[in-house]
Design a protein around this ligand. Structure first.
Ligand SMILES: Cc1ncc(COP(=O)(O)OP(=O)(O)O)c(N)n1
Ligand SMILES: Cc1nc(C(=O)O)sc1CCOP(=O)(O)O
Ligand SMILES: [Mg+2]
Length: 225
């Protein structure tokens, strides 16, 4: 097991402000609701928003996050992060490599990288990443992921040997997020369970509390149950 690592990312709930879910609701409104629920870390994930509109939306969302004291990360696009003063980015294998993101953002920018195993986490560390997004933890319909579901045991095994803080993603819900935290996650990334809720802000509040309760519980990563 690696020694605990410090992180520019607060530990806890990590929400995705996503344009593929509830496309009828503007992203700025989604961000407002997520922040009203107390979100401390938000990733703006724009998969279907035209680029010029994405720049305008990102400016709004980054400003809202900064007013609320929340960390705002842009999915995929380092250019949008630089142009909007976002705290950083989250990149995967179809995006700019993490070394390039780090070079563009400088030492202060937060760089998150998608990984599927411990080798990926080590490579992300060597590339200058701050944290890794590890999934899919459970089944998800938000995105088609071409990787096996890890489950809690598989997730905890990677967390144990990861040199970077691990944010779990994929099917994380109110029902399981405490167990994700207890498995040693630095963050629990949630999209649909928050954005499809009837009361988004209230759901975010409950998710954050449940994660924090899980942190107090037994950690699989520490060899517990
Ligand atoms: C926290 C977190 N982890 C993983 C991902 C997935 O990123 P990526 O593999 O680049 O896929 P897209 O989100 O771009 O479809 C993520 N977004 N966030
Ligand atoms: C964007 C994303 N990436 C994943 C991965 O495993 O790389 S799973 C995922 C979807 C997360 O949405 P939900 O919380 O609705 O399951
Ligand atoms: Mg990506």
């Amino acid at each position: 097991m690696n020694a605990p690592v410090s992180s520019p990312l607060p530990r806890g709930l990590y929400v995705l402000c996503d344009d593929t879910l509830r496309p009828d609701v503007p992203l700025a409104r989604k961000a407002e609701l997520l922040l009203a629920g107390g979100a401390r870390v938000m990733q703006l994930r724009m998969k279907r928003t035209p680029l010029r509109e994405a720049l305008a939306v990102a400016r709004e969302v980054v400003a809202a996050c900064r007013r609320a004291g929340a960390v705002c990360l842009i999915n995929d696009r380092v250019d949008l992060a630089l142009l909007t003063g976002a705290h950083g980015v989250h990149v995967g294998e179809e995006d700019l490599p993490p070394e390039a993101a780090r070079r563009l953002l400088g030492p202060q920018g937060v760089v998150g990288v998608t990984v599927r195993d411990v080798a990926g986490a080590r490579a992300a560390r060597d590339a200058g990443a701050d944290y890794v997004g590890l999934g899919p933890l459970f089944g998800t319909t938000t995105k088609q992921v071409n990787a096996p579901v890890l489950g809690l045991e598989g997730f905890a095994a990677v967390v144990r040997d990861s040199p970077l803080p691990v944010v779990g993603i994929g099917g994380v819900t109110l029902e399981n997020i405490a167990r994700v935290a207890a498995a040693g996650a630095h963050g629990g990334a949630v999209a649909s369970d928050a954005l499809l809720a009837a009361d988004v802000a209230e759901r975010v509040r409950l998710l954050a509390v449940a994660f924090d309760r899980g942190v107090q519980g037994t950690s699989l990563a520490d060899g517990g149950v």
